[in-house]
Design a protein around this ligand. Structure first.
Ligand code: SF4
Length: 338
């Protein structure tokens, strides 16, 4: 049974006064009209037809794309009223939206409460002041703490989104950001390695040589170590890396950075490799035949993307012969050496 289905509704942030260097929303929203009430109903109805009677535990309507609480209040109310009606009638279970940390106050949260919103995700990106400044975010880190606190006090489920590899970022700053996120204690998180999209200030910086994206290996390593910190703190990391549909892919808008269609697979595989190698190094195994074991769900992570982990162990430890096996009794993320 699929546990969770999301009905995504893209709300472009027309007139966003901010200039985040990685964002091409201004270019996008110049060409896209915000959805009308009829459009919203149509999107929901079309999605519900494909979901209903499929025994799905939780159905969410998710407003994403810009900074939902930055649009005028009457527009927020107009969109939220539609979602609330579907929730009140039992067709969906949750209403979910994402916004900026500095677009949160009592008035905004009271309105969201009145419209039965459940989950608020904040696009934090980094807790480092220099990274925020160089990325043109237009807010400081302090507002993340105060807004998160307020969101939790109002009883919403909190999500935090962090980016990896923004201008001025470093491995140490990424780890700091993950640890600060843990201190706040969101229930969900997303990790997005920075990608360079055409028509953005970041693209210009990249062309001029004032911004160098992380290498693919660096992005995987930084993300993996942040993921470990969040996961060990019991935070559900619901996404790692952008989906191709998370941005408007107009004739292939991504030009650089660390976009990979299976970025989560790369990170999970790296983590599986780390678990197995730690056990291998600690073990006193005399036998040259090693079995690496996981459950079937995590087996592809254990093998690695394009068998990268299989190849890694074979090349690095030529005196051992490795077999990769499934044991259905193991828990997710449990990788054993036998
Ligand atoms: S990322 Fe959000 S806040 Fe920043 S410019 Fe784009 S729409 Fe505006």
């Amino acid at each position: 049974m699929k546990k969770h289905a999301i009905i995504p509704i893209f709300i472009p942030h027309i007139g966003c006064p901010n200039d985040c260097v990685f964002c091409n929303q201004k270019k996008i929203t110049a060409k896209i009209n915000p959805p009308s009430k009829e459009d919203i109903v149509d999107i929901i109805e079309r999605n519900l037809k494909t979901i209903i009677n499929r025994n799905i535990e939780t159905i969410e309507i998710a407003f994403f794309g810009g900074s939902f609480t930055g649009i005028p209040l009457d527009e927020q109310i107009s969109y939220l009223s539609i979602a609330k009606k579907y929730k009140d009638e039992g067709f969906i279970n949750k209403i979910h939206l994402s916004t900026r940390p500095d677009y949160i106050d009592d008035k905004i949260l009271t309105n969201l409460k009145e419209h039965s919103v459940d989950i608020i995700e904040l696009g934090v990106q980094s807790f480092d002041e220099d990274v925020l400044r160089l990325s043109g975010r237009g807010h400081n880190a302090q507002v993340v703490y105060s807004s998160s606190k307020l969101i939790k006090e109002y009883g919403f489920e909190l999500g935090l989104q962090l980016m990896i590899g923004l201008p001025g970022d470093s491995y140490e700053k990424d780890i700091y950001s993950a640890n600060e996120a843990v201190k706040i204690g969101p229930s969900i998180a997303r990790l997005y390695p920075t990608i360079i999209i055409y028509d953005t200030a970041l693209y210009d910086m990249y062309k001029k040589g004032s911004y160098t994206p992380l290498s693919a290996d660096e992005a995987v390593k930084n993300t993996k170590d942040m993921y470990k910190i969040l996961k060990n703190a019991g935070i559900n990391v619901i996404r790692i890396g952008l989906k191709s549909t998370d941005y408007i892919n107009e004739n292939g808008q991504v030009t650089g950075g660390t976009y990979h269609p299976a970025f989560r697979q790369l990170v999970e595989s790296e983590l599986a490799k780390e678990h197995l190698e730690n056990q291998l190094l600690k073990s006193q195994i005399n036998n040259s035949k090693i079995n690496f074991v996981s459950n079937s769900k995590c087996f592809s992570y254990m093998i690695g993307n394009n068998k990268s982990n299989k190849i890694y162990f074979k090349e690095k430890y030529p005196n051992f012969s490795f077999k990769f096996k499934v044991n259905p009794n193991l828990k997710d993320d449990e990788y054993l050496l036998l």
